[in-house]
Design a protein around this ligand. Sequence first.
Ligand SMILES: NC(=O)c1ccc[n+]([C@@H]2O[C@H](COP(=O)([O-])OP(=O)(O)OC[C@H]3O[C@@H](n4cnc5c(N)ncnc54)[C@H](OP(=O)(O)O)[C@@H]3O)[C@@H](O)[C@H]2O)c1
Length: 291
Amino acid sequence: MLITGKTRVCGIIGNPVEHSLSPVMHNAAFAELGIDCVYVPFRVLPESLKDAVHGLRSQGVLGFNVTFPHKIEIIKHMQKLNQTARQIGAVNTVLNAKGDLVGYNTDGIGAVEALRQNGVDLPNAGFTILGAGGAARAIVFTLAETTSRIQVLNRTFEKAKKLKREVKRKLRRDIMVLPLTKKCLTQALSTTNVLVNTTSVGANADPKGSFLDELGLDRRMTVFDIVYGQSESMLLQKARQQGCRTIGGIEMLLHQGASAFEIWTGRRAPIETMRRALASHQVKQAKDNAW
Ligand SMILES: NC(=O)c1ccc[n+]([C@@H]2O[C@H](COP(=O)([O-])OP(=O)(O)OC[C@H]3O[C@@H](n4cnc5c(N)ncnc54)[C@H](OP(=O)(O)O)[C@@H]3O)[C@@H](O)[C@H]2O)c1
């Protein structure tokens, strides 16, 4: 594309950010809709966050995504927060509204849309969520709007209990929380049919000794691993072998990105173009790695 003085800028700030797939899908979406905008990754260290945000704002960027480790810290640099971002306590998307930075969180919407598009009957499903970090918080707050059957298991149990208190206070909904042990996981899975992993454990090449070892999966379950890499996670491999329906993290990335795109442009995101761009990038990466 031809970049001129009129070309708007969008981007993602984080550290590390060089492996982000967001530029691939957003640049494809801008090109598809003929929007003169370019999406760029910006590596921003924690000590430079304030200056980076000031720079982006004064350059008049359309908006930007926020990733690790800035999703919470960015809040103090926002002029406004939308309700979902306030409830979750983290921001992954910023809109530059004529100089006012407005913080959103599209991670939960992205995950819920990935579940819905893959045939999960949200109001009637029972969910076991592994992890209580930033992504899990976004997913739980969004899911809790449509279902009451949510169990959260976390290694640091206090964090799961804090999430339960917050969901109760902010949404007036109840979730069940358990420590992340094999026994509790077996108990949780016996009463739910959708497993959502938000911890890095499922991605590990060798899950031996982790709670995934001897994980009892039933083929009627849906297994969604939000952590994505260049190959299918161990958890998803295992789930697929058991005959479960599987959903990869790229689906969440796609839908959270589509939601961010709509916030920035006010236009419907060209989802299939974004999906194709991600898929062909992954094929290219796999070929490059094979060499
Ligand atoms: N697909 C997408 O679009 C998308 C979007 C957002 C995030 N993600 C991915 O989701 C993952 C989590 O992100 P996050 O922002 O939620 O991170 P986070 O806030 O750091 O939370 C990490 C979670 O993983 C748990 N955990 C880490 N190592 C563990 C281990 N060895 N055993 C058991 N639990 C472990 C942590 O438990 P403790 O509380 O006990 O430490 C915590 O619950 C990342 O890989 C990120 O790239 C994907």
